[in-house]
Design a protein around this ligand. Structure first.
Ligand code: ADP
Ligand code: MG
Length: 325
């Protein structure tokens, strides 16, 4: 099983940023409202994620580290209607197979916290009592220590940290209700305070996409027949080239050409040639979309992609029409 875990790790764990992604998504799935991320040396030395979510019960700590152990999918119907980030139950097993991983957690029911430690191929998980408030801390030390080829593939600490920072920006925009901090080599680099009002969301947008983008952006809010699109679109008058192109489907950041195409088309119709920046969140019936296309889950497949495309196009067209001259 260890070899299988390491092979799975090759698909799930490309670099420190992919570890951060999997762990933060677990924290979000656990209902955390605050997530603190500490990184040392671009993540190759340490990745520590601390959350105030529901925690993992003592009896489930060892299980959480084993492959295909997921608490999130119970039936085939669950699998067809995934709303949580995780569902494969392989992230923790994969990460622990290529690092020294410590999991510390406490649930609301427990009076004390417990800690499990797993190191590379040694999967005999030891449980010891620990001090921790409700929630979980996952510490990943010496990533790829036992897979030297992968370790050599890592870029400089600065580059690896930038990948983490960029990924966090994308999540922090979509989840402006969550308090995030990001520390690198003990220095606080980002602090995203929770935004519960429109003004606070706007502030977070400015923090991440720049003040100009946030001040001029068109708001999108469109609903039709079970589909909903919300977010921000760079104003056609704003000619600054923006690299903000964040698209989320049911809260999940995805790569998809469909939205780019729709945005471009709507702008071209207005005689604007450049590709505008956007932050767009699409919500639809989870049965209408497959998220199981790729293990790292960056891609989705819409059952009616033409229909979704046209909905996005119309939402943007009407936002452009309502724009004050
Ligand atoms: P998946 O997310 O696909 O279920 P993972 O390997 O990422 O699989 O996690 C395995 C299990 O460990 C999860 O299903 C969940 O029950 C538990 N778990 C992991 N991280 C956390 C966390 N931060 N808080 C609470 N439970 C967690
Ligand atoms: Mg997961």
């Amino acid at each position: 099983p260890q070899l299988a875990n390491q092979i799975a790790a090759g698909e799930v764990v490309e670099r420190p940023a992919s570890v951060v992604k999997e762990l933060v998504e677990n924290s979000l799935d656990a209902g955390a409202t605050r997530i603190d991320i500490d990184i040392d040396k671009g993540g190759s030395k340490l990745i520590r994620i601390r959350d105030n979510g529901e925690g993992i019960a003592k009896e489930e700590l060892a299980l959480a580290l084993s492959r295909h152990a997921t608490s999130k999918v119970h039936t085939l119907d669950d699998l067809e209607a995934i709303l949580s980030f995780g569902f494969r139950g392989e992230a923790l097993a994969s990460i622990s197979s290529v690092s020294r991983l410590t999991l510390t957690s406490k649930t609301a029911e427990q009076s004390e916290a417990w800690q499990a430690f797993a190191e590379g191929s040694q999967m005999d998980v030891k449980l010891t009592p620990a001090a921790h408030p409700q929630g979980s801390t996952i510490e990943v030390v010496d990533l790829f220590f036992n897979t030297p080829a992968r370790r050599r593939f890592l870029k400089s600490d600065k580059t690896e940290f930038t990948h983490i920072d960029e990924w966090l920006k994308r999540i922090a925009i979509a989840r402006s209700d969550i308090y995030f901090t990001l520390t690198h080599n003990s220095k606080l680099v980002r602090q995203y305070r929770p935004a519960n009002t429109d003004i606070q969301s706007q502030q977070r947008l400015a923090q991440i996409c720049g003040r100009a983008f946030a001040e001029q952006a068109l708001s999108i809010a469109c609903e039709h027949d079970g589909l909903s699109l919300r977010g921000y679109l760079q104003s056609p008058q704003d000619t600054v080239i923006s690299d903000t192109s964040f698209f989320y489907v049911n809260g999940r950041l995805v790569r998809d050409r469909l939205v780019n195409h729709a945005v471009k088309q709507a702008f071209a119709e207005q005689g604007v040639e450049h590709q505008p920046g956007y932050v767009l969140m699409l919500t639809l019936d989870p049965h209408q979309v497959d998220v199981n296309v790729h293990p790292a889950k960056h891609e989705v497949r819409f059952h009616q992609s033409r229909y979704v495309h046209d909905f996005i196009l119309q939402a943007i067209q009407s936002a452009l029409l309502q724009m004050p001259d």
